[in-house]
Design a protein around this ligand. Structure first.
Ligand code: NAD
Length: 477
């Protein structure tokens, strides 16, 4: 008998009305792990009704009290790493140290927004002695949160924490491939004091739940993190309903190494940039732009760093498996495309055989050199551990290549020249620039995309304005 992952509605484990489930496969081994609810539109309506019923009391709760509850929730997340983290590791295959970092961030979102909600407020606008004019920030109401499979708890927390802090209630939909940790997160929320119904989870397929959620009149905003196609489909429905969206979509981020950089640090950081989470990372630095006068020297260092990586399911692995079978197959199709485009891997380029885990979904971290930016590999998001190394001449050439992409999520700059760093950061069309390392940023820094990488921002203080609507009150005295 396999564990069944159900929706969590109104404080309770809630099986689907149709009693339908789909198998969830363990990416580390290829064996069946659990059965996941395949909810229908009627289940979605129940979850949304519950969140609508819980709304008034939650939005009327004093910010100080909401903040305290969210801080208690953050503490509970920290003390639940062995259970919550283990569920996510089983679903995604993440190595231990990656999961530990993501658990810390997950808790931080509730701590940060639980604190800052106490200082969030409107402003008084001086219109002379005959008026008292002020603004206030009101919650939207019930917010739908739709999530991908690459970092389920992290992506969930960064949307749910500001939504709850500002007095909204939430119906969250995890990816059908990674539902278990989000269901447990909702259960912990109730244990921490979040009233039942304020944070519900509906489990099932996006093609059913996404449209059912977006068409439901109680849903007043959707925060979507995922791929371009599903984002566009939601956008069509949103256009009809004038439904506000935050869209956190894909990327093909440029990571630029200039000849004045610390090349050893750049080689190390650029390896992490495309292999963290086995490349299943929206802001992964997968277009590595290297100045032509250091190109060969840098490529040797990069290949040396990639050769040190340990791919496998062990606690100390640097890269785990690919989380879904479809993604595992998609990545392999890019090896064929690369061959057709005349590219040969400098390292990697095939499925990784991990002894004892022959049916797991492992990919060798792969470097393709001498790529030109017009090649398919340099233009399409692969979402796997594959980097394209592209030569450039000078600053202007680097910017031209970096911005020649439909995406604009992240970017990296490696240089010791402070003037160059600021010039290039100003010129890059991307939502977040990291200099002399390539990290995921901080809970406190806004995250979001330019161009087809989306709109709206998660994280940071700015996210509060994406989960509230501004109201002006004009009083004639
Ligand atoms: P996906 O678009 O396939 O799925 C994302 C979510 O949308 C899932 O919960 C899915 O069930 C749901 N969905 C599917 N069809 C839908 C529809 N028609 N309407 C509404 N929802 C629907 O993406 P994925 O494969 O889970 O995740 C990978 C993608 O997510 C990549 O493109 C990656 O770059 C992106 N991503 C972006 C960020 C960011 O912050 N910008 C973060 C992580 C992942």
């Amino acid at each position: 008998m396999f564990n069944q992952v159900n929706s969590f509605i109104d404080g309770r484990d809630t099986p689907p009305l149709g009693a339908q489930y789909v198998d969830k496969i363990d990416p580390r081994t290829g064996a069946k792990l659990s059965e996941v609810a395949n909810s229908e539109a009627a289940d979605v309506a129940i979850a949304i009704d519950s969140a609508a019923a819980a709304l008034q009391a939650w939005r009327d709760t004093r910010p100080a009290d909401r903040g305290r509850i969210l801080n208690d929730f953050g503490r509970l997340i920290r003390s639940s790493e062995s259970t919550l983290g283990a569920l996510e590791r089983a679903d995604t295959g993440k190595p231990g140290r990656e999961m530990a970092a993501l658990m810390d961030l997950t808790a931080q979102y509730f701590e940060f927004y639980g604190g800052i909600v106490n200082v969030m407020d409107g402003e008084v606008i001086n219109q002379g002695p005959n008026y008292h004019v002020y603004t206030r920030r009101d919650p939207f109401g019930v917010i739908g949160v739709i999530l991908p499979w690459n970092a389920p708890l992290h992506q969930a927390a960064r949307a749910i924490a500001p939504a709850l802090a500002t007095g909204n209630t939430v119906v969250a939909k995890p990816s059908e491939h990674t539902s278990a940790s989000l269901v447990e997160l909702a259960r912990l929320a109730v244990e921490a004091g979040v009233p039942a119904g304020v944070f519900n989870v509906i489990v099932g397929k996006g093609s059913v739940i996404g449209p059912a959620m977006a068409h439901n009149p109680h849903i007043r905003k959707i925060s979507f993190t995922g791929g371009l196609r599903a984002g566009q489909e939601l956008g069509h429905i949103a256009a009809e309903r004038i439904l506000p969206l935050t869209l956190e979509l894909g990327g093909k981020s440029a990571n630029i190494v200039f000849d004045d950089a610390d090349l050893d640090a750049a080689a190390k950081g650029s390896t992490t940039a495309f292999t963290w989470n086995s490349g299943q990372w929206c802001a992964a630095g997968t277009r590595l732009l290297v100045q032509e006068n250091i190109y060969e020297r840098f490529l040797d260092k990069l290949v040396g760093e990639v050769a040190k990586l340990k791919v496998g399911p062990q606690d100390d692995s640097t890269s785990g498996p690919i989380t879904t079978q479809a993604q595992f197959e998609k990545i392999q199709s890019y090896f064929d495309i690369a061959a057709r485009e005349g590219l040969k891997p400098a390292i990697g380029g095939k499925v990784k055989n991990v002894p004892g885990h022959e049916n797991g979904w492992y990919i060798e971290p792969t470097v393709y050199a001498n790529v030109t930016n017009d090649m398919t590999l340099a233009q399409e998001e692969i979402f796997g551990p594959i980097v394209c190394v592209i030569p450039f001449k000078d600053e202007a050439d680097a910017l031209r290549i970096a911005n020649d992409s439909e995406f604009g999520l992240g970017a990296g700059i490696w240089s010791q020249n402070i003037g160059r760093v600021h010039r290039v950061a100003a010129g890059l069309e991307a939502g977040r620039i990291v200099v002399n390392e390539y990290s995921g940023g901080f809970v406190q820094t806004p995250c979001g995309g330019f161009k087809q990488s989306g709109y709206g921002r998660e994280q940071g203080v700015d996210a509060l304005s994406h989960y509230t609507q501004l109201k002006s009150v004009i009083i004639r005295l």
